[in-house]
Design a protein around this ligand. Structure first.
Ligand code: PAD
Ligand code: ZN
Ligand code: ZN
Length: 378
């Protein structure tokens, strides 16, 4: 029996507030309005950005349904949606691509003014959400909300993907893989023969390493305080791995010695403003480029001696690795299906959706890289 046009009751992991476990609840998901799409989520990854909300580091409206790294199947579409139909495989996009705004029209930008990343309002383009639970409105997270069996997104925040794509793998293209890989190849534009340092070896940092390797970097130094991450870093292409705890001097001095004065490209993939400054100091004083990838807590600030910049260092950053979401996600999925790229090694754990809190514990304890939560294991 078709569910189109009807309210769907389903399970979701509702976040009622920070510093408490997610609660699996029955929610109501209203049908999509004009230019919206209702999606049955098949698989979703657990990313540190979701945990930043749970830890209280990011200010959002509660209750909220988190999750933004997913793949699913279109259940129904609202009026005016012409490029998607029920049954299409899709990836929700945490940066929309409206195609019309000043950012979208700029070939050098991947941002869109219709984003929900600057203020975390938690609503769709019409300023409401389609979720309710126990009579309360439940907010949306960064245009996506994927810790639910069904979600509704704006049609500017969803990409149709290859029909043969394995959804329990390509969900990582919805955030972690694209963000890391794109930070190296699109945002930094790493050159062959160059030296790189990657601070933070989670799913995103390891994807930066994949990108640096594909770009032909000669030296890829991986930095983490958890040495358990080093084996994977080497597997993906790190040439050296170092733990700042093993040194009694600033890590930028250690890196300067290892790289004849500083790296060509430094990536901060943790979300720690102190490490962002260390990354900047680690870059070569003349032309070294630093890319901020990690999400710092709301209201955190970064301070550094401006003299660091006057010698020609470059400091930049990006959401989603500079990927223009609607354009680049389908292409990246095609590259995965055609075996031009592979990131299966990032997925260390698979769990049924109901065990979502265990997925977060694995991340917090440093035991997992990416946990993929599956909704239906058929
Ligand atoms: P993760 O928690 O899996 O990885 C972070 C890694 O950093 C872990 O291996 C930690 O051990 C390590 N670490 C922590 N503190 C330090 C330290 N002081 N020195 C060295 N290493 C340290 O996270 P992730 O890979 O899912 O995400 C990384 C960051 O990127 C996080 O802040 C997340 O919010 C952000 C992010 N940004 C975007 C974007 O579009 N810019 C997208 C996705 C994630
Ligand atoms: Zn993410
Ligand atoms: Zn736009």
């Amino acid at each position: 029996m078709s569910t189109a046009g009807k309210v769907i009751k389903c399970k979701a992991a509702v976040c009622w507030g920070p510093k408490q476990p997610l609660s699996i609840e029955e929610i109501e998901v209203a049908p999509p309005k004009a230019h919206e799409v209702r999606i049955k989520i098949v698989a979703t990854g657990v990313c540190r950005s979701d945990d930043h909300v749970l830890s209280g580091a990011l200010d959002v409206n509660f209750p909220i349904i988190l999750g933004h790294e997913a793949a699913g199947i279109v259940e129904s579409v609202g009026e005016g949606v012409t490029n998607l139909k029920p049954g299409d495989k899709v990836i929700p996009l945490f940066i929309p691509q409206c195609g019309k705004c000043r950012c979208c029209k700029n070939p050098d930008s991947n941002f869109c003014v219709k984003n929900d990343l600057e203020k975390f309002n938690g609503v769709l383009q019409d300023n409401t959400t389609r979720f309710t639970c126990k009579g309360k409105t439940v907010y949306n997270f960064i245009s996506t909300s994927t810790f639910t069996e069904y979600t509704v997104v704006d049609d500017i925040a969803v990409a149709k993907i290859h029909p043969d794509a394995p959804l329990d793998k390509v969900c990582l293209i919805g955030c972690g893989f694209s963000t890391g890989y794109g930070s190296a190849v699109k945002t930094a534009k790493v050159k062959p023969g160059s030296s790189c340092v990657v601070f933070g070896l989670g799913g995103v940092g390891l994807s930066v390493i994949i990108g640096c390797k594909v770009a032909g970097a000669a030296k890829i130094i991986a930095v983490d305080v958890n040495p358990d991450k080093f084996a994977k870093a080497k597997e993906f292409g790190a040439t050296e791995c170092i733990n700042p705890k093993d040194y009694d001097r600033p890590i930028n001095e250690v890196l300067a010695e290892m790289t004849d004065g500083g790296v060509d490209y430094a990536f901060e993939v943790i979300g720690n403003t102190g490490i962002m400054t260390s990354a900047l100091k680690s870059s070569f004083f003349c032309g070294g480029k630093t890319v901020i990838v990690g999400l710092a807590p709301s209201n955190a600030t970064m301070t550094f001696d401006p003299m660091l910049m006057l010698t020609g260092r470059v400091l930049t950053g990006a959401f989603f690795g500079g990927f223009k979401s609607k354009d680049d996600v389908p292409q990246t999925v095609d590259d995965y299906v055609n075996k031009k790229i592979n990131f299966d090694g990032l997925i260390t754990h698979e769990l049924p959706f109901e065990q979502i809190n265990e997925g977060f514990e694995l991340l917090r304890n440093g035991k997992s890289i990416r946990t993929v939560l599956n909704f239906c294991r058929a």
